[in-house]
Design a protein around this ligand. Structure first.
Ligand SMILES: Cc1cc2nc3c(=O)[nH]c(=O)nc-3n(C[C@H](O)[C@H](O)[C@H](O)COP(=O)(O)OP(=O)(O)OC[C@H]3O[C@@H](n4cnc5c(N)ncnc54)[C@H](O)[C@@H]3O)c2cc1C
Length: 474
């Protein structure tokens, strides 16, 4: 075969690792293209620290072009994959469209916010899956405290200073734990009415926080949250959300202007659109991460249902740990399918989990050893630094600054509520006024002769080069 063309869709934990490993394995003898809507890899586990003003947003990003030599970045989102024609059609951030052709495809598009059919939630809640949502939350919380401090009406002050987080998995637990510390720091500088303190409520229908983790981690997290003043209410959910508050399943109405939706994630809708066998929205793959019946297509990370060989009958959970390791195996198996080495199945036992609770507190169980307090805090931060594929010095510098300086209570107001809707297939991008509609870009693509899937390639054209399409309205 001439230079094989490998297209990787998504540059998260799985896609980034696939690209990095493949670049090393193929030694510039293959064209590796990474299609991603942003020019960075996002280290999601540190997102709660961005919302709480500890880390500046760029700290949790790692430049793709800066860290992936020999990998070509194409900025855009895949909208349509033709498995027979071996093409991926995408829209770029300015509404242009293009098509990539491949010999091997790796699907690693991750996941998006999970919705539940509860009245008012899609309109009034915000998710926590991308950088825009974290920036929105940081600004929004700061603004609520500022407005509450100046409010004449105690009821309005109370509502603004009540923050409701739904979902006590690692995301919701970390958001609430960091949130309480953040708002306590804000009101130290601009006190509320006498006797008032910001109140964070953490809800979950489950019986305990961190329901899917080791019980010892749950106990540690529960204790830290309660000591900090977070109102932990297990066995409780939301019945309805309104602009002024939320009605809980126990009948109580909580006045609030903040509803953070952390009930979990669902696989990116791109996986569903392929019409291939699925397992709860995830693309079913073999232990080698190959899609059955499609030996040229691989999938990994949150978007793929990967059989868990350490727990027969189950699939690997949606965690960064699995996605990162699957990315490596996907790269080896893509290389094997091109004649380099033999394919290997994905097999990995959990190495434990770390949950950062803010301050010096954390709950961790590295290699199954339960830790709490400052030891867990140090292990957790050390783990994140080691796991980040770049930007470590800047992250460590922000942690150091946060330890010695007061938190910066400033809201820039750049990400507004409407630009981070809960119901979106692109949580990594904030909506902007006048942005081209995806549907329009698609329609343009269908009209445009340059992007027609059946088009014959001219002899001088680079088959791997994106085909320029028409621009949408800007
Ligand atoms: C706030 C938060 C905290 C978390 N903390 C932890 C933790 O502490 N430990 C842990 O193990 N896990 C944690 N997770 C889960 C973990 O981050 C995910 O399991 C992991 O990111 C999955 O990796 P992935 O590569 O499948 O997807 P992602 O990392 O989400 O990457 C998917 C990539 O695909 C891109 N993409 C999406 N759609 C398209 C498209 N149509 N075309 C092209 N590109 C596309 C996205 O922009 C993104 O870059 C956390 C998740 C969140 C949201």
């Amino acid at each position: 075969m001439s230079r094989p063309r490998i297209v990787i869709v998504g540059a998260g934990f799985a896609g980034y690792r696939t690209a990095r490993t493949l670049a090393r394995l193929t030694r510039n003898k293959a064209d590796i293209t990474l299609l991603n809507p942003t020019d960075y890899f996002l280290y999601l586990p540190l997102l709660p620290q961005v919302a709480a003003g500890i880390l500046e947003p760029r700290r949790v990003t790692v430049s793709l072009t800066g860290t992936l030599p020999h990998v070509r970045l194409v900025l855009g989102e895949a909208d349509d994959i033709d498995l027979d024609a071996r093409t991926v059609r995408y829209s770029d951030p300015e509404g242009g469209v293009g098509t990539l052709t491949y010999d091997r495809l790796v699907l690693a598009a991750g996941s998006v916010n999970k919705l539940l059919p509860i009245p008012g939630v899609a309109e009034h809640a915000h998710g926590f899956r991308g950088l825009p949502e974290a920036l929105y939350l940081r600004d929004h919380v700061t603004r609520q405290v500022e407005l509450a401090a100046g409010a004449e009406d105690p009821k309005s002050c109370d509502a603004r200073c009540t923050f409701v987080v739904v979902g006590a998995g690692y995301t919701g637990t970390e958001v609430a734990a960091h949130g309480q510390l953040f708002t306590d720091a804000l009101v130290r500088k601009q006190p509320l009415r006498e006797g008032m303190r910001p109140r964070w409520i953490l809800l979950d229908i489950a019986e305990r926080v961190l329901p899917e983790m080791d019980e010892r981690l749950s106990r540690t997290a529960d204790k830290v949250l309660r000591q900090r003043g977070v109102d932990v209410r297990m066995g409780t959910s939301v019945k309805e959300a309104t602009p002024n508050g939320v009605l809980l399943s126990d009948g109580e109405f909580v006045d609030t202007r903040t509803l953070v939706w952390c009930v979990g994630v669902r696989p990116d809708p791109l996986a569903e659109s392929l019409g291939l066998p699925m397992e709860r929205g995830r693309l079913l793959v073999e232990p080698t991460l190959q899609v059955p019946g499609r030996p040229d297509v691989f999938a990994c990370g949150d978007a793929a249902a990967v059989p868990d060989l350490t727990k027969p009958g189950q699939y690997t959970p949606m965690t960064a740990q699995h996605a990162w390791r699957q990315g490596k195996v996907a790269a080896y198996n893509v290389a094997a399918s091109l004649g380099r080495g033999a394919p290997e199945p994905y097999r990995h036992s959990d190495l434990g989990f770390v949950v950062d609770l803010g301050g010096v507190k954390a709950a961790a169980n590295p290699l199954g050893v339960p830790l709490s307090g400052p030891v867990a805090g140090a292990v957790t931060r050390g783990y994140h630094l080691a796991a980040m594929p770049g930007n470590r010095v800047r992250v460590a510098a922000d942690w150091l600054l946060d330890a010695v300086l007061p938190r910066q209570g400033v809201q820039l107001g750049l990400v507004r509520s409407w630009s981070v809707p809960l119901d979106t297939a692109s949580p990594e991008l904030a909506r902007t006024p006048g942005a081209p509609e995806k549907a329009k870009a698609k329609a343009d693509a269908e009209k445009s002769p340059t992007t027609s899937p059946g088009r014959e390639r001219g002899p001088s054209e680079d088959p791997h080069k994106p085909v320029e399409g028409s621009k949408g309205d800007s």
